[in-house]
Write a protein that binds this ligand. Sequence first.
Ligand code: FES
Length: 176
Amino acid sequence: MEEVKTNIEFPRELLDEVQRVVGMFPEGKQKSALLRVLHIAQAHWGHLSPDIMDYVARLLHIQPIEVYEVATFYSMYDTAQVGKVKLEVCRTGPCMIEGAEKIIAYIESKLGIKEGETTSDGIFTLKAVECLGACGYAPMLQAGEKFHEHLTEEKVDELIEQYRQNPVANYMGLQK
Ligand code: FES
C-alpha cells in the first residue's frame, strides 16, 4: 500500500493497522476495508471531514465519492465535529411507539440543544437514528459502545449525569 504524504495522515501505528486490515482482503479488493478504516479515522480525528475522507480514498486507491457514499449513509459516521458523547436515540417504529419522540424532546430540553446539535461544552451530541436492533428494549439509545434500554426520563437524567462526570464511560473497556 502506497503511503500518502499530506498534512492529514495517520500516525505510523494506525497506518500499520490500516495495512493489516487491507491485507485481510484479496489483492484489488482493498475497498472491502473501507468501513473499518473509516472507524479508525473517526476514532483518531473525531469525525470524517472531506479532507479526511479524501485521504482514506487515496490510501485505499478508490474514488472519493465511494468514501462519501459510505460515510454519509451510515449514522455511525460523523462528517462534522461532534461531542465526546453521542446520544443516538432510535426513532424507528417500535421505539417510536414506546415513546422515542418524548425521550428525544426530553433530552433536547434537558441539554438545551436540538436533534443534530452539540452542547456548548462539547460533551453531548444528540442524534436520532434508525433501528439499532434492540427493538424489544424500546425505547433505547446508544452512547458509544453502550446501549441504554427501556428509557424513562429518570434513566435519561442518570445517564446524562454519568456521562457528564465521565464522558468516556460509554466505551465499555473503560467502564468502571
Ligand atoms: S426500533 Fe428501536 S431498536 Fe429497533
